[in-house]
Design a protein around this ligand. Structure first.
Ligand SMILES: Nc1ncnc2c1ncn2[C@@H]1O[C@H](COP(=O)(O)OP(=O)(O)OP(=O)(O)O)[C@@H](O)[C@H]1O
Ligand SMILES: [Mg+2]
Length: 251
């Protein structure tokens, strides 16, 4: 999917200094077009989570501008999030963990159940709807978190290393699932990762951040056609060239 003229997210001259004095982000500029998948990659501590928390409105910027497209007619929320840590409620069953996304929104309980069930089917977890999180593998739990994020049909999806704690094979499988869900939903995604391969596999563009304090080193256009095969893509000359380019930037 390609970016349209109207950016869904526009960040300019963003600075974040925590009360402790730590400058987490220093003069960040980037945009994401409607329906665009933007990967953000950078070393540990460079401010990736801070950036997502600011985009999610959980944290205020110290300076600069952050604009997120307003909610549209069909969506429930301007932005949905999947964070780094495990985010399921252990005392709720899988279907309840997805349906909780509709809490506080103008969606009937019946509709919330129906939409949650549909999302669980898309991530292949219908058989586990009534299971508790402790009965699932790590990959399955993250699939539930992804299903919950897509369930509310938000125009912007913010993901902070959702697959960071998973093994390589599970990561690749979930990346493929995510691409399928995103191409169906057509929302704007900001996907934070420290995996260069994951950033290039998934993104339309890759924003490369420097080590702390985070600055944009470069924004790279991926230009690999979709649909992409998460395994086969690795042998494409363009993929090898791009991952090498990011490695060089981060060195
Ligand atoms: N609430 C906070 N108060 C003070 N400093 C913070 C706070 N949250 C993060 N920081 C600092 O801001 C910097 C960026 O942290 P952040 O969590 O955004 O990095 P990150 O890129 O997500 O790292 P990782 O890849 O390890 O998740 C770090 O130096 C961190 O110590
Ligand atoms: Mg982080």
């Amino acid at each position: 999917m390609t970016a349209t003229v109207e950016p869904a997210i526009a960040v300019s001259a963003l600075v974040k200094r925590y009360p402790t004095g730590t400058v987490a982000l220093d003069d960040i500029d980037f945009t994401a077009g409607a329906g665009e998948f933007v990967s953000v990659v950078g070393p540990s501590g460079c401010g990736k989570t801070t950036l997502l928390r600011i985009l999610a409105g959980l944290e205020g910027p110290t300076a600069g501008l952050v604009q997120i497209a307003a909610r549209n007619a069909t969506s429930a929320l301007p932005a949905a999030t999947v964070f780094q840590e495990e985010s399921l409620f252990p005392w709720m069953r899988v279907d309840e963990n997805v349906a909780i996304a509709f809490d506080g929104l103008a969606v009937s309980a019946c509709d919330a159940r129906r939409r949650s069930a549909a999302q669980l089917e898309l991530v292949g977890l219908t058989a586990f709807s009534r299971a508790f999180p402790h009965e699932l593998s790590g990959g399955m739990k993250q699939r539930v978190a992804v299903a919950r994020a897509f369930a509310v049909d938000a125009p912007v999806l913010l993901m902070d290393e959702p697959f960071g704690a998973l093994d390589e094979q599970t990561r690749v499988a979930l990346a493929a699932d995510l691409m399928a869900l995103w191409s169906r939903a057509g929302n704007t995604v900001v996907f934070v990762t420290h995996s260069i391969e994951e950033a290039v596999t998934l993104g339309d563009r890759v924003v490369v951040l420097s080590k702390s304090p985070g600055r944009v080193l470069e924004t790279i256009e991926v230009g690999i056609p979709r649909p992409r095969d998460a395994i086969k893509i690795r042998s494409l000359p363009r993929f090898v060239e791009l991952t090498q380019r990011v490695w060089d930037l981060l060195r």
